[in-house]
Design a protein around this ligand. Sequence first.
Ligand code: SF4
Length: 433
Amino acid sequence: MTTLEAARQGLITDLMRQAATHEGIEPELLRARIADGTAIICKNRKRQNGTPLAVGKGMRTKINANIGTSKDDTSIDKELEKARVAVTAGADAIMDLSTGGPVDEIRRAIIAETEACIGSVPLYQAALDAVNRQKKAIVDMTVEDIFAGIIKHLDDGVDFITVHCGVTRATVERMDREGRIMDVVSRGGSFTVEWMAHNQAENPLFEHYDRLLEIVKPYDAVLSLGDGFRPGCLADATDRAQIHELILLGELTQRAWEAGIQVMIEGPGHVPLNQIEANIQLQKRLCHGAPFYVLGPLVTDIAPGYDHITCAIGGTLAAAAGADFLCYVTPSEHLRLPTVEDVHEGVMASRIAAHAADIVKNVPGAIDKDIAMARCRKELDWEGQFALALDPEKARRLRAESGVDEEHGACTMCGEFCAYKVMNDRRAKQANS
Ligand code: SF4
């Protein structure tokens, strides 16, 4: 029986208990949310390690860090270091998007390395296997190659797989009719569009969706329905192709639920600030409340080098409006494969977004740390501030670099004119008079 089937029968499984404990909520609440599809637990039954991760309504907003090799940089060690840094910085999930070097070895090493939830895009595997082993072009991969890639990833223990099932010939026609600046910017989406055009055939993951559901079921893994038509620039946001795909994903969500499989929906992309809330409402309405996993959204196209910030701005608004899972973006987005330092910066930016949104969402305990931080600031309690900081190491380092380390002293910003000190002295005088 899958987690969704158990939840529907009113059963609280060990997995639900573990995930609820981790989340700090009652197992019954998590069960009820899983039963109605508004929450999921990411945990592949085949995985030996790994903490079950609850995502969805009423849960803390989760963070994903994308890592993985490319043809230009195939170092396993670097990717493992990125996985470690991402988790230490607070990422809840890691997506391995490797497309260069020994990708099977890399994926397995990342899974073994971390307790964090792991996601992947098996279509990359099929494309790579077609090109590298069978000496074919991506468009020559067969339907069997595609399903073999999915099985391989699930067998390795990947907890959620991104599948671009909503990239259909009808959606491509809509995109072509309407016209877009950036066309398709999703890697999996572009492979699929190219494959359909070359083979004059429908997307196998759409056409053989029931087969996909049958394959996924024994693993109890989560289907992350990918957004192949996510906008790659502000001008393409919320257009017909994007919304048509979302309508299809809503229909596919219901079919997955009927088969007892948990689902989340992936979302944009590049979206102007004033369209973000509407995008969340549309997804929740069209996909029946299924958890929403957004990449960004990036709120401007002109800040290369700072896209972790454009992402955090959009991510905050998206999560506050109901998005459940944020995929980070690093400062290297649109420029290069991220470095270890970029991974750290990206995770921190997304954590800030998630936490800011969780305060608005009334996630239990979210505001408590902020209140504690305010008290520590007022008392100039630096150790207390470092302990509460999202990035304690950086906070400690910046203060140390200023050359001031007096335990309850001011900082170099205002020195003797420190407002906290002035007010604390005033209170002390009042207390003594
Ligand atoms: S010196 Fe200024 S910036 Fe520094 S702690 Fe005091 S009030 Fe804050």
